[in-house]
Design a protein around this ligand. Structure first.
Ligand SMILES: [Zn+2]
Length: 299
């Protein structure tokens, strides 16, 4: 993970002057930037990631009051040229208390094009006492020129449980649904938010729910028609299987009889691995739905 690589870069004195922390969670990247700054400015344990946590320098950093630890963040929807120009002037000045200055740009992917171009000039020839840390959620939104100047440290997706908390909070979703989205998106909050807004996803989910609500009371014709609607391609078929799995777990013991759910989930796993091979997705989903229709029992 990002933190370990930063720690190693710092403690082996290979830390670059321009760094980029990428990942979902701003708070996590913020904490890492602060630990890095503490390591650079701490008077007790200089060069140690996180610093000592007790000296005056570490205290000022954690209070966001250290004159050599400077943070820029969006004003409104973007980070503007004037903000970056102010930061560049600071970067050219000598440190106030310590030997280095640390500049953090939060949500750096929200820099305007002019702001990014201005920053680039400083990143191309950073003053020897200055370290830059760009906190970025979507690196693709930064100009290539800026991105290629920075050493990337990836903080990756969130643990599914944490991602679900963020989603529940941000989208006002019930916990169950947030958890399902978080897990389908592999802990990537931005991806989960996209999914939650996608028409195709919502339709598949509605079909999975309606199937599980009505099972086993559907006719064979209805089941085959449903299979034709959801198994247009391998990716949809795979997502539909995930939605069924989540739907069954949600209803386990509440609407559906537990043992029949366990069997169904195992069966879904088998069909999922079949789909990875060359099996026809429509045939696989037809067979699957017919077997769930007779296998799933209501409580
Ligand atoms: Zn310290």
């Amino acid at each position: 993970m990002g933190q370990d690589l930063i720690r190693r870069a710092m403690e082996s004195r290979r830390l670059a002057h321009a760094n980029m922390f990428t990942g979902e969670d701003l708070e996590e990247k913020r904490r890492a930037a602060q630990s890095l700054a503490a390591g650079l400015l701490c008077s007790n344990r200089p060069g140690t990631y996180g610093g000592c946590g007790t000296c005056r320098e570490c205290g000022l950093i954690s209070d966001q009051a250290h004159p050599d630890f400077i943070v820029a963040r969006p004003e409104g929807a973007t980070i503007k040229l004037a903000q970056i120009n102010a930061l560049r002037r600071e970067a050219a000045m000598q440190p106030v208390r310590g030997e280095v200055r640390v500049f953090v740009i939060e949500q750096a992917d929200l820099m305007t094009r002019e702001a990014a171009n201005a920053l680039l000039k400083t990143l191309e020839e950073p003053p020897g006492h200055s370290y830059f840390i760009l906190l970025v959620k979507e690196p693709a939104r930064l100009p290539d020129t800026v991105r290629s100047r920075c050493v990337p440290f990836d903080f990756g997706p969130l643990p599914v449980e944490r991602a679900a908390d963020v989603l529940a909070d941000r989208l006002g979703l019930p916990r169950d649904e947030a958890l399902m989205l978080a897990s389908l998106a592999g802990g990537r909050v931005a991806r989960a938010e996209e999914m939650a807004a996608e028409e195709a996803f919502l339709e598949l989910k509605e079909r999975a729910d309606s199937f599980l609500e009505r099972v086993p009371g559907l006719s064979a014709e209805e089941v085959l028609a449903l299979a034709a609607e959801v198994a247009g391609n391998r990716a949809d078929a795979d997502l539909f299987i995930s939605l069924l799995q989540h739907g069954i777990r949600l209803r386990l013991g509440r609407a559906l009889e537990p043992l029949s759910c366990t069997d169904a989930i195992l069966h879904l796993e088998r069909i999922r691995s079949l789909l990875q091979s060359n099996v026809n997705p429509l045939l696989a989903i037809e067979a699957l739905l017919l077997s769930l229709r007779s296998g799933l029992k209501r409580v």
